[in-house]
Design a protein around this ligand. Structure first.
Ligand code: ZN
Ligand code: ZN
Length: 275
């Protein structure tokens, strides 16, 4: 039905995948979201969560996909060679990235990952119709009729891009791999997420952990809640969980977050949110 907007989480971890029993409930795959905008399928980030998403899509038949990257650190692109739609000659996959211009191009970066002796086969093995689209964070993208993506530059080593998807009068923001300047909210992000229905935000560290990792380009759910309050966001979602935070730890974090901002969510694999 036109007007339907939803987000499903296929990977919620930062930095490295963490399989194992103690990560079963929240999930161990790295960043990957499926965003459905009516008939249009958008994917955000290509972490290890891209593989199970791709398996689901393969079972549904050929697809037309726009895949937006926040940036090209390995935890956000390592799933690319394992995305079944790329091996389907009837599918189309358009890649997008906003953090590389003017010095680099997305196609070259993916080629640099899929090159011997790091990887046995180059991107020529993809059978789908692919395109690699570079833009500059801050641009507004309109890949389909009625669908708008606003973008903003994030504060992260080697840069990253935050996204705001607007469709059918609703909005979902995906802002991960970013860090504020201590004591002040990021004006770029405040503008991007103002009044959004859903804000998915980099909540890698706790307040206690953060001082040990200042400058690494990540932040905390406490800072995210401040941002969400200031921007009058409806639903805050903690995302990009640290690989040291197992299920028991995440339960505690979820409790603290629910008290601090009722209605907030902790991202977990398999969860779908509809604004
Ligand atoms: Zn990351
Ligand atoms: Zn990163």
């Amino acid at each position: 039905m036109a007007g339907n907007l939803s987000v499903t989480f296929w990977g919620v971890r930062g930095s490295i995948a963490c399989p194992g029993h103690s990560y079963e409930r929240y999930g161990g795959n790295t960043s990957c979201l499926e965003v459905q905008c009516g008939p249009h399928l958008l994917v955000f980030d290509a972490g290890t969560g891209l593989r199970p998403l791709g398996n689901k899509l393969k079972a549904e038949g050929p697809r037309d996909i726009d895949l937006f990257l926040t940036h090209s650190h390995l935890d956000h692109i390592v799933g690319v060679p394992f995305f079944p739609p790329l091996f389907d000659s009837h599918s189309k996959v358009r890649f997008w990235a906003g953090h590389l211009l003017p010095d680099r191009r997305l196609r070259d970066v993916i080629c640099t990952m899929m090159v011997a002796p790091l990887f046995p086969v180059p991107i020529d093995i993809f059978a789908a119709a692919t395109s690699f689209n570079d833009f500059s964070a801050g641009e507004v993208l309109r890949p389909h009729e009625g669908l708008t993506l606003k973008t903003a530059k994030l504060n992260h080593p080697n840069d990253a891009t935050g996204y705001r998807v607007e469709y059918g009068g609703k909005s979902i923001c995906y802002v991960t791999d970013t860090e504020h300047v201590a004591g002040q909210l990021d004006a770029n992000i405040l503008e991007l997420v103002a009044g959004a229905d859903i804000l998915i935000y980099d909540s890698t560290y706790t307040e206690e952990e953060y001082p040990h990792f200042a400058g690494w380009g990540h932040y905390t759910w406490v800072q995210g809640v401040r941002l969400a309050d200031a921007a009058k966001v409806k639903t805050f979602v903690a995302f990009h969980h640290d690989h040291s935070h197992d299920d028991a730890f995440m339960d505690g974090l979820a409790n603290d977050l629910a008290k601090a901002r009722p209605g907030s969510q902790v991202a977990r694999e398999g969860m779908t949110l509809t604004p």
